[in-house]
Write a protein that binds this ligand. Structure first.
Ligand code: ZN
Length: 89
């Protein structure tokens, strides 16, 4: 089951902050302010974390990037409260 990213503004702001704290930068232009990719597909990680697809706003680049969230960070962003639960398969 594919789950798409659709973040609220507060979630997006927190996501950006986490991306900065983690030092995620665009491989194309070096911008350190990736934004969540609308309609991207979230990926569960075996450790309970989550991978959120992001894109670069500065250069609108084509590079695929993913922000890896720990289970705690995913929880703090409210992903689980949106009805998204880990894959059961
Ligand atoms: Zn860029």
């Amino acid at each position: 089951m594919a789950r798409k990213t659709r973040l609220t503004d507060p979630q997006d702001r927190r996501l950006r902050r986490i991306a900065r704290e983690k030092g995620l930068v665009c491989p194309d232009c070096g911008s350190s302010e990736p934004v969540s990719k609308e309609g991207g597909e979230l990926k569960d990680r075996p450790d309970g974390g989550l991978e959120v697809p992001v894109r670069c706003e500065a250069c609108d680049g084509t590079s695929e990037m993913a922000l890896v969230l720990s289970p705690e960070e995913a929880e703090a962003l409210g992903f689980h409260s949106l009805g998204w639960s880990p894959e059961t398969t």
